[in-house]
Design a protein around this ligand. Sequence first.
Ligand code: MG
Length: 255
Amino acid sequence: MRIARFAVGDEVSFGVVEGAEVAAIAAHPLLGDIAFTGGRFPLDDVRLLAPIIPNKIIAIGRNYAEHAREMGGEPPVEPLIFSKPATSVIGPNQPILYPEKLSQRVDYEGELAVVIGRVCRDVAVARAHEVIFGYTCANDVTARDLQKRDGQWTRAKGFDTFCPLGPWIATDIDPTDLSIRTLVNGEVRQDARTSAMIHDIPNLIAHITQVMTLLPGDVILTGTPAGIAPLHIGDTVTVEIESIGSLPNQVTPRP
Ligand code: MG
């Protein structure tokens, strides 16, 4: 199933994407059984929004060996975790706002995102699948110059609009070996498979929940493959993941 959040005019709804249409549902399936309202809309006639507004976003650094090497280091032995604020989330086709006054290098990072389905802590690796609701595309947009200057990553990763998510949440897919690509203005810049992750999703969930409770709707960004590079104002950056869909965003100046 593909669960979307969308707007028609000013009205925001959740829905199930079926082919080229979206069927509206009364509430997010994280909150209960799916109840169709009877409303159906062509996808072309709705504005897709971020499919979830998480309580928190936990991201993984250097989880693909080739990316760790391009960053000038070895992959970490344990998963390296950091967080992005919920206020950084935007949806498909919403602008990434380039903070020109503070940063002169803003990079894309295409990533597979895991959406958590239930309250969980101290999850065993073998039971991690029980706490997953689904998967979506993410872009862990990063002010690379500030990341290096600050020595920790809160500012570099935390700007408003620096966490595009979407286009919807795909449930019932196998995330272990999917094509993941990032395109800038139609040109392929990252091209990898999720099977190249160093720490797989069950291990990430076990590692994170040793530290903190995850809540329904929380999002884990599983790390970016090699091929990161700067974005420029006017670019369109698109993250595409097999069996999920594509997440395009335009880069515009932060007013
Ligand atoms: Mg990242």
